[in-house]
Design a binder for this molecule. Structure first.
Ligand code: F6P
Length: 323
């Protein structure tokens, strides 16, 4: 196995609060091993375009508290093509990069998995996405911050909902997973949560709206649920149940920004250090996870193929408490 002397770090896919903490940890751990560390701008797209630059300890000073990613990010269509990946490989060779640490979500890891099979440059992954939908880790970097942002926003909406006896449909992110919605539902005491993991809740929603007397209600709608977006639901049900004074709120990208929570900074720091440690320990094609309060290693193909379960207990807790 080739000795590792120079590594590169990039962020890819949707940004998430805490990515900067992970970059900082990778850079400083790499330097601690006397490695040269390079940053790649705008994810795989920057890899394809050769947007590489050296990172020093000073470059990552004062970033742990900042949302977003200093490396920028992108969703690269070109990296999905063999030609794009070949260009990326040629650039890694040109800059004499021996290994890559990728901070991103499942789409980014799929790309890394394919790349590692095609070429001889090892990748180690650090899960960074607000969706918390990655198999093999209890938490992804950014989820805790997004959950806190959603909780704060819903608490505010609850004040006005209560004052006016209104029912709010509030849409949250999560792509095709309901982790943000379900945990926010528990944290805010929402009356209903519509998530993709529980299909066909139309009857339950009808029954809820027709039997609940006029009062304030919070219905959290995960963007990937099967009944439609919050706007559509609010329009349809608002017409039918005028007495509920239905209103809609799509929280959108506000969930992706902001200063990371202490937990996300801690998680990012631990995962970033572990990613470099793992590389130096000759680990290849793995994702760093965090399970039962410990950092763990998950093979790429497991995390790519596996589907993270929402958890029966979480559903049961929500079911009992939302009555
Ligand atoms: O994966 C993170 C995420 O914020 C999802 O929750 C959401 O579906 C998606 O990214 C939005 O992506 P974009 O910012 O590209 O519109």
């Amino acid at each position: 196995m080739k000795k590792i002397e120079k590594i590169a770090v990039l962020t890819s896919g949707g940004d998430s609060p805490g990515m900067n903490g992970a970059i900082r940890a990778v850079v400083r751990t790499g330097l601690n091993y006397n490695l040269e560390v390079f940053g790649i701008k705008r994810g795989y797209q920057g890899m394809i375009e050769g947007d590489f630059f050296p990172l020093k300890s000073e470059s990552v000073r004062d970033i742990i508290q900042r949302g977003g990613t200093i490396l920028r990010t992108a969703r690269s269509e070109e990296f999905k093509t063999p030609e794009g990946r070949k260009k990326a490989y040629e650039n890694l060779k040109k800059f004499k990069i021996d290994a890559v640490i990728i901070i991103g979500g499942d789409g980014s890891f799929k790309g890394a998995g394919i790349f590692s099979q095609e070429f001889d440059i090892p990748f180690v992954g650090v899960p960074g996405t607000i969706d918390n939908d990655m198999f093999g880790t209890d938490y992804t970097i950014g989820f805790d911050t997004a959950l806190n942002t959603v909780t704060e926003a819903i608490d505010r909406i609850k004040d006005t909902a209560h004052s006016h006896d209104r029912t709010f449909f509030i849409e949250v992110m999560g792509r095709d997973a309901g982790f943000i919605a379900l945990k926010a539902g528990i944290a805010t005491g929402a009356e209903m949560v519509l998530i993709p993991e529980i299909p066909g809740q139309e009857e339950k929603l009808e029954a809820f709206l027709s039997h609940t007397k006029k009062t304030s209600n919070i219905i959290i709608v995960a963007e990937g649920n099967n009944l439609g977006g919050a706007a559509e639901l609010a329009k349809n049900f608002g017409k039918k149940y005028k007495e509920h004074g239905v209103r809609v709120n799509v929280l959108g990208h506000i969930q992706r920004g902001g200063s990371p929570t202490a937990f996300d900074r801690y998680l990012a720091s631990r995962m970033g250090v572990e990613a470099v440690d793992a590389l130096m320990d000759n680990q290849r094609s793995i994702m760093i996870g965090y399970t039962n309060h410990e950092v763990v290693h998950i093979p790429f193909n497991k995390t790519i193929k596996g589907k993270r379960d929402i958890g029966k207990e979480l559903l049961r807790v929500n079911e009992i408490l939302s009555k």
